[in-house]
Design a protein around this ligand. Structure first.
Ligand code: FPP
Length: 277
């Protein structure tokens, strides 16, 4: 367990506790990232306006964050608003999402304090409306001293533009220090990403069934386990986060190696030759 926060298992619901009891505490992920998808479909299925789906989605954000903080998950990163969302959605919807984010921060900072949650952001947040940026800064500063879960919202975020920003910063540094480009290594790129201060996600969850990465944390998810659920984001709760973690714990992570169980099932090269011949 890598958490710097304290466990508050007694605050889990009975349903959550039942799933938590099946987990191996020593194999909890350090960082879970979520592509929150399906707000529109959730509303559509109820003949409601899309806005109401986003509103319900914001509720899920708070509830899932609270469960994460109770189990001492150190890092939770949520894809809240992509660069593509900003460019490709109707202006009224983008404006609504901005207002929703602002009111979310206003009303939830106290709950974040109660849950020892620290707010951070990644993305080109300087392009967001100034009043939203003000509220974001306020929430970040207010929660800066908290030591439990760090909730990072990806806002006006795109992984490719993150890499562009990283390479620009690296190029500027190299020029300043007269460094030779032949010496650039992965660590140089990593430390210029927006996520330089956090570990890579161990587990990436996507709701509402789509098998896509959608330009989210492309560098960082190199070895992440991916869990896709049909459940729509507004229906996603803490118990579903725990179920995804249970599924994650059944996976064998190899990081390009052979893994532990490979030895026992190793193919006999002679047998393969015979079978092929
Ligand atoms: C996808 O639903 C989700 C988003 C566009 C962004 C996520 C936003 C929220 C969860 C609400 C606000 C968040 C915060 C932090 C206050 P979609 O509209 O793409 O759904 P669809 O694919 O079913 O149309």
């Amino acid at each position: 367990m890598h958490s710097s926060g304290t466990l508050r298992i007694h605050e889990l619901t009975a349903e959550e506790r039942a799933v938590y009891a099946t987990l191996k505490p020593e194999r909890l992920p350090e960082h879970v990232a979520i592509i929150m998808d399906g707000n529109g479909r959730w509303a559509g299925r109820r003949s409601l306006k899309r806005f109401l789906g986003h509103q319900q989605g914001a509720k899920s954000v708070q509830l899932v964050t609270e469960t994460a903080s109770r189990i001492g998950l150190p890092w939770l990163t949520l894809y809240a608003f992509s660069l593509e969302n900003k460019l490709r959605r109707p202006r009224a919807e983008v404006n609504f999402l901005m207002r929703l984010l602002k009111s979310y921060l206003e009303t939830n900072v106290q709950r974040m304090m109660d849950n020892n949650v620290r707010m951070r952001y990644i993305g080109r947040t300087f392009e967001l409306p100034p009043e939203v940026q003000d509220k974001m800064r306020w929430a970040e500063e207010t929660t800066a001293g908290n030591t439990g879960t760090t909730l990072t919202l990806a806002l006006n975020y795109g992984a490719r533009s993150e890499m562009v920003d990283a390479f620009r910063a690296l190029a500027a540094e190299m020029q300043r220090k007269h460094l030779n480009p032949d010496h650039i290594d992965e660590e140089d790129i990593r430390r210029h990403l927006y996520t330089a201060h956090m570990p890579d996600p161990d587990l990436l969850i996507r709701t509402s069934g789509e098998m896509r990465i959608s330009n989210f944390l492309l560098w960082q998810i190199a070895y992440a386990e991916i869990f896709v659920t049909e459940r729509l984001w507004p229906d996603f709760r803490g118990v579903h986060l725990l179920e995804a973690i249970a599924n994650f714990q059944c996976r064998e992570r190899r990081y390009g190696g052979l893994g532990e169980s490979c030895g026992a099932v190793e193919e006999d090269p002679e047998r393969i030759k015979i079978a092929a011949g």
